[in-house]
Design a binder for this molecule. Structure first.
Ligand SMILES: Cc1cc2nc3c(=O)[nH]c(=O)nc-3n(C[C@H](O)[C@H](O)[C@H](O)COP(=O)(O)OP(=O)(O)OC[C@H]3O[C@@H](n4cnc5c(N)ncnc54)[C@H](O)[C@@H]3O)c2cc1C
Length: 266
């Protein structure tokens, strides 16, 4: 039995032998999905405590305008130079502010994780270069995206100023290809457009594949994110073990809650 977490594109287009890739049922599944959007990750190291920098243990989704679909479409269809000048949507979180033991381990320092989208095509020309040594043009483009993201951050968190930034680097869609095998730099596997949620797709793309003893697991058989990937694993395990692991985990959670409450009351 083979269980693949490498994603539907990698599993069907790279890991299967050519003659199996060509099977009509495999091709049908591939025709129902498309690659999700590429991710841009920016990692920032700051001088200053969370109090000094005004950071909280919260997640921020920052949008330049309210019409999210329009915003995203416009940004992703820009030329890369223009897109790099203004990032219209940004996720910001401070891992250090969420970590109760941080101050003890790294006094006076803080971190930020910034996540947005970027088109694979904007970076594709450097995909075959050596990672960490992709040349000055690549670095320059990355820096332009970094600067735009930092502008957004400094606007929302006025206590963060340029002189507080000790370290900053970015990962682009081709970084995701290198490190997590995302074929087009996808941040979350296959695209999550409306088509992904059609009854036909959900009835067709399941942990069971057209090949006996080959199963798919992870985000591509459920939803993106850690929770989605985990739910995909429970679904895949349910199929293989022929029992509902979602229900098992729910019952386990209820039992644990009950036991914990009882112990607390005693
Ligand atoms: C930068 C970034 C930030 C994210 N932040 C969050 C977040 O804050 N919260 C959240 O919920 N989700 C986040 N996500 C999404 C989350 O990481 C994914 O949805 C989740 O990891 C999917 O789990 P998975 O097991 O399905 O796939 P993955 O975790 O992508 O695992 C797939 C595995 O397959 C391997 N693989 C690929 N090709 C091959 C091959 N040919 N041979 C062998 N192995 C192969 C890869 O190396 C990888 O280990 C983030 C993703 C990225 C990229």
């Amino acid at each position: 039995m083979v269980i693949s977490d490498a994603g539907i594109f990698n599993t069907y287009e790279k890991l299967l032998p050519k003659e199996l890739q060509a099977m009509p049922d495999i091709q049908k599944q591939l025709s129902m999905v498309k690659h999700g959007e590429g991710g841009l990750s920016i990692f920032v190291g700051l001088n200053g405590t969370k109090e000094e920098l005004g950071l909280k243990a919260s997640n921020y989704w920052i949008f330049a305008e309210n019409n999210f679909d329009e915003l995203m479409e416009k940004y992703m269809n820009e030329e890369r130079e223009k897109a790099s000048k203004k990032i219209p949507l940004l996720f910001v979180a401070s891992p250090s502010a969420k970590d109760p033991s941080w101050e003890e381990r790294s006094p006076g320092k803080s971190t930020l994780s910034l996540v947005s989208f970027a088109k694979y095509l904007w970076f594709e020309e450097w995909k075959d270069d050596k990672v960490t040594n992709r040349g000055a043009d690549y670095k320059e483009l990355k820096q332009a995206f970094i600067n735009s993201a930092l502008d957004v951050v400094m606007d929302v968190f006025p206590k963060i100023t340029r002189d507080k930034i000790e370290y900053v680097d970015a990962g682009t869609p081709i970084t995701n290809t290198h490190y997590i095998g995302a074929p087009k730099g996808e941040i979350c596997g296959v695209d999550h457009g409306i088509a992904r949620f059609s009854p036909e797709l959900n009835a067709t793309i399941r942990p069971q594949t057209p090949l006996k003893n080959l199963y798919l697991t992870g985000q591509d058989v459920f939803l993106c994110g850690f929770a989605g990937g985990l739910a995909g694993a429970l679904t895949c395990g349910s199929v293989i073990l022929n029992r509902n692991l979602h229900l098992d985990s729910f019952v386990l959670a209820m039992k644990t809650k009950y036991i914990n409450k009882k112990l607390k009351d005693e």
